[in-house]
Design a protein around this ligand. Structure first.
Ligand code: C5P
Length: 396
């Protein structure tokens, strides 16, 4: 429910991508937003008002002279009730009308009469997108402070391939979330590690663990949404890269250490979330180990470097945050880790509360004391943790 209480006016203009606006409404409502749909006459050729009404739970408006508004001022009322107007899809014609300040239908009039920000997600044939007239209009809209989301490139409804596809509904929701997130880390560089490491035994086998990477990825996303420039050094996980985040894939602890150390001093904040393997095999076999070659193999193990402690020991290093995933004695182990690794903030969680799942329970240990956070989704906890870090680092 990251958009709880937010009032979003969703404008739908005419284009085949209008059918995707139905999914957009569903996702926004799922996040707790109050969605008021207004559509152009053109949009109603592609999708019906009934669909949007059912998904948003509100009447849908198309006509400026709609009798349902007692004062006959649908354009003023609807735009004043919104914290944000999103137009998706925004057709070439609609962009042109907004760029020129036209008010020739309800949606264009709402946009002209708004006192809130406007985001548009263009959707059109690639030639229409590339046309200098459209590009002029888009440049004008940017100059006027309108947020342009996309468009994406790819196969188009007309069969051509190029730029002009509307962003996917999930990507538009992501932009809306970014819009509403306070920019507590604007201009800051955040470096994170996430996921497990994989320590090779031979070319196909290795030592690893069940870390899903979800908490680290949620934090990378939250840091990005808070305005930071984010680099995520990731062990092997099956997760999509959060929008706007630079991701560096690594396998072993040594790879992870090299990637982190190369970037640590250029970062303001380092958050070590990865479940780094404590040990690696001294010499991984060059060829696949065979069962029938003299019984079970014996491995010599050597300790991996502590990446977090190395970064914390840097002169002029970043503000360091560590994680302590424990199965018991959380406070004692987390505090011990904080002292041993010399990091100002350790985030404790019991493995049974969070490993692999979507939810988690976190306790923060810092110089000011112990702060338990209420159990919540990893996304919500990530936002709270980023806020806490922003406060501790004196940014806000
Ligand atoms: O010592 P332990 O593995 O429990 O410490 C956990 C914290 O230290 C996590 O923040 C983890 O990412 C970090 N760590 C590290 N390098 C290691 C081991 C742990 O950065 N080799």
């Amino acid at each position: 429910m990251e958009l709880k209480g937010k009032r979003i006016a969703l404008g739908v203009s005419g284009g085949i991508a209008a059918y995707k606006a139905a999914e957009l409404v569903r996702l926004l409502v799922k996040q707790g937003a109050e969605v008021q749909v207004a559509m152009t006459e053109g949009a109603s050729h592609f999708i019906t008002a009934t669909t949007f009404q059912a998904l948003s739970g509100r009447p849908v408006f198309t006509d400026q002279w709609d009798q349902r508004m007692p004062n006959a001022m649908a354009h003023i009322d609807l735009s004043r009730q919104a914290d944000l107007i999103v137009v998706a899809p925004a057709s070439a014609d609609f962009l042109a009308r907004v760029a020129h300040g036209l008010a020739d239908d309800l949606l264009a009039t709402m946009v002209l009469a708004r006192d809130c920000p406007l985001l548009v997600a263009p959707a059109m044939n690639r030639q229409m997108w590339e046309n200098p007239a459209t590009q002029r209009n888009v440049a004008q809209l940017r100059a006027d402070g309108v947020g342009i989301l996309g468009p994406a490139s790819g196969e188009q409804a007309c069969g051509e391939i190029g730029a002009g596809r509307m962003l996917e509904p999930e990507e538009i929701v992501d932009s809306v979330l970014v819009f509403f997130t306070p920019k507590l880390l604007a201009g800051r560089r955040v470096l994170l590690t996430a996921g497990p490491t994989f320590e090779a035994i031979d070319p196909v086998r290795g030592i690893t663990n069940l870390s899903s990477g979800r908490m680290g990825y949620a934090l990378a996303r939250a840091a990005r949404q808070a305005g930071a420039e984010v680099t995520l050094v990731s062990g092997p996980v099956a997760l999509p890269t959060p929008a706007g985040v630079e991701r560096i894939d690594v396998k072993s602890a040594l790879d992870m250490q090299a990637a982190v150390m190369a970037r640590a001093t250029a970062s303001d904040i380092f958050i070590a979330v990865a479940a780094v393997a404590d040990y690696r095999v001294t010499h991984a076999a060059e060829y696949k180990l065979k069962k029938d070659e003299g019984g079970p193999p014996a491995f010599e193990l050597v300790e991996n470097p502590d990446i977090l402690a190395s970064v914390a020991a840097l002169e002029n290093g970043p503000f360091c945050v560590g994680f302590a995933a424990e199965s018991h004695n959380l406070e004692a182990y987390a505090q011990a880790k904080r002292q041993k690794k010399k990091v100002p903030l350790v985030v404790g969680n019991l493995i049974q509360d969070g490993f692999g799942g979507d939810d988690n329970r976190l306790v923060l240990f810092d110089d000011h004391g112990v702060h338990p956070l209420a159990p919540a989704s990893k996304a919500a906890l990530a936002r709270q943790l980023i806020e806490h870090i922003a406060h501790l680092t004196g940014i806000h």
